[in-house]
Design a protein. Sequence first.
Length: 418
Amino acid sequence: MKILYISFAVQHPKLPGSTRQYHLMKELVNNHEVTLLALGQKEVSSDILSDLATLAKSVLIIPARPLYKEEKRISKWSKAVQHRKACMKMRRAVDDLLRADEFDAIVFHGKTVYPAIEHLKDVPIVADFCDASSLRISSELKRTSPKRLPFLLYRYLKMRRIEKRLLRQTPYQAFISSRDRQAIAGENALYDVIPNGIDLEFWRSSGKNQEPHDLSLIFTGVMSFKPNHEAALYLLQHIAPAINKTFKSARILVVGKDPQKQIVELGQEHPNITVTGYVPDIRSFLASASVFVAPIQAASGMQNKILEAMAMQIPVVTSPNVADGIAIDGHDLPVLVAKTKDEYIKHIETLLSDNRLRERMGIAGLRYVRAHFNWTKSANLLEQLLINAKNDPRWKNRELHQEKIWSRKLHSPMLSEK
């Protein structure tokens, strides 16, 4: 098949953020011809572009906003205006691509660039809906300040409108988890669940058992992301003091770039707390950890950091929101779930006191990830959705619609041919 893959961002293992589109596309190109159209949030290095060019037939990147040599502070309003303009450029690029070539189907990934495809009719579209963005925003609404409330409420209502329109536009939807599918489409929805995969060769434990004096708790993530910041703060302020009363030598590690001042100061004030900031490879820190603690409250989608810890055989204690995102229907989830501070402390102290329990949970976690989170399996599910969409008779007027697309000159800031 000829597939047009539209994404809200350039995704690559060398870039921060999600790599879902990259890994699924990497699997699809084994059997299909893929053209990638993505929004460029930041400047993309030549080596990343070269790698993408070896996968896709062509790569078209639309800058999200002017790329400055030095980072400039711009208002939220200016960012919104620039984003809208970029989406309109993507929309014109979509029309030109559809007129220039006969694509069998479109994969659309990224609700924030929905204006690029909202006008399409009679075109086979598979929407990789991924997570329920409105679910995450609604959880933030419950805890935000009065000053920020109007902004978040606007974002919530806008996202709900996009989610509803996308559901109406195509019956071929893929969700990252059952929880997110239910939040958007309802309890009885039958849309496909296509989870993320994990590179088990990369996220591999050395198998070294930790000695009692090496006991440590760890939390990882980009700390400028508000849910991660709040989780790290909760761990350091509410959980760590109680753990250090029972296990005086236990270390608490917060690993990830851009920790905010409050987190850094806590690390400086307490000898048992280490705040690393950016590290080139977090695996060495994970390998030395006894328990992965993720008290994240505002969560949607799937927290890859949890799967990475499980792949490295580290027992996990986390919130119900995070656990729901990696739960597979009909299978027991090998993590400990806590709703309150006391439950977090109880679970952590139990794990730190029992080497065998930690070992059993680590083995069970690895088996769970190996069984359910595989990029090849997920790409096969997406491929079947694409085949079903292509063969659906509702798209019989596709050629007629393509003839009506206006002819425009394709503005290509970054285009590389295979």
